[in-house]
Design a protein around this ligand. Structure first.
Ligand SMILES: [Zn+2]
Length: 182
C-alpha cells in the first residue's frame, strides 16, 4: 500500500500484494488501527466503493492502543472541532439542561461496542453528555446549506457577528482560509 499512495486499491490487489494471505482484511485493520496508517474505505469516503481502499498519505496518526487513550480522545475531539456530532453544541456552550453548567463532550461509539464496534478513532466521535445519555433526541440530519444560510440571514447582526467570529476562529486555526482575490 505504501508504494501506492493516492491510488485506489481493490481488495483483490491487496490480497495479491500480501502474498494471497487469507487474512489480508485483518492486516488492513492492523495497519489502520494499530500502526496508524490512514487507510480510507467506502465508510470514510462516498466516492469509494465497498472493497476499495485508499492510502492518501504516509503520515501516521498516533498509535492507538486498546481502550480509549488520551491521545485518541484528543485526536477525535480535534477532528470533530470540539463539537457534539449529534446536536452541534460545542464544549463550553451553556448546557440547555444544566442551568449554569456548560456542555461537556465525551467519546461516543458510532457502532456500539455491544455490536462489535471498537475503540478506534474511526469508530469514535465527540458526543455531548446530554446526547450520550439520550436526553436529547437530536440525531437530526445535518441542516442543508440553503436552510442554514436562511437562518443566518434572518438572525440579528449580533448573532451574525458571533457566527462570523466562530467561522474565522475555526478556519484560521486550520490555515484553510484562502486569500481573497483582488
Ligand atoms: Zn449533543
Amino acid at each position: 500500500m505504501l508504494s501506492n499512495i493516492g491510488k485506489v486499491l481493490e481488495s483483490r490487489d491487496i490480497q495479491k500484494a500480501s502474498g494471497g494471505a487469507v487474512e489480508w482484511a485483518r492486516r488492513v485493520r492492523e495497519l489502520r488501527d494499530e500502526e496508524g496508517y490512514q487507510i480510507l474505505s467506502h465508510k470514510d469516503r462516498s466516492d469509494l466503493k465497498p472493497g476499495q481502499y485508499l492510502l492518501e498519505t504516509d503520515k501516521r496518526v498516533p498509535a492507538f492502543k486498546r481502550g480509549i487513550s488520551k491521545e485518541t480522545r484528543a485526536w477525535v475531539l480535534e477532528r470533530n472541532g470540539y463539537t457534539c456530532q449529534m446536536c452541534g453544541m460545542a464544549a463550553g456552550d451553556p448546557d440547555p439542561f444544566g442551568g449554569s453548567r456548560t456542555v461537556r463532550l465525551t467519546m461516543g461509539h458510532i457502532i456500539d461496542k455491544s455490536k462489535g464496534g471498537g475503540d478506534t478513532p474511526s469508530n469514535l466521535r465527540a458526543i455531548c453528555t446530554n446526547c450520550n445519555e439520550g436526553l436529547q433526541n437530536t440525531s437530526l440530519p445535518k441542516p442543508d446549506r440553503i436552510y442554514l444560510l436562511a437562518q443566518i440571514r434572518r438572525a440579528t447582526i449580533d448573532d451574525q457577528s458571533a457566527v462570523l467570529e466562530w467561522l474565522i476562529k475555526k478556519f484560521e486555526s486550520k490555515n484553510v482560509v484562502k486569500p481573497r482575490r483582488g
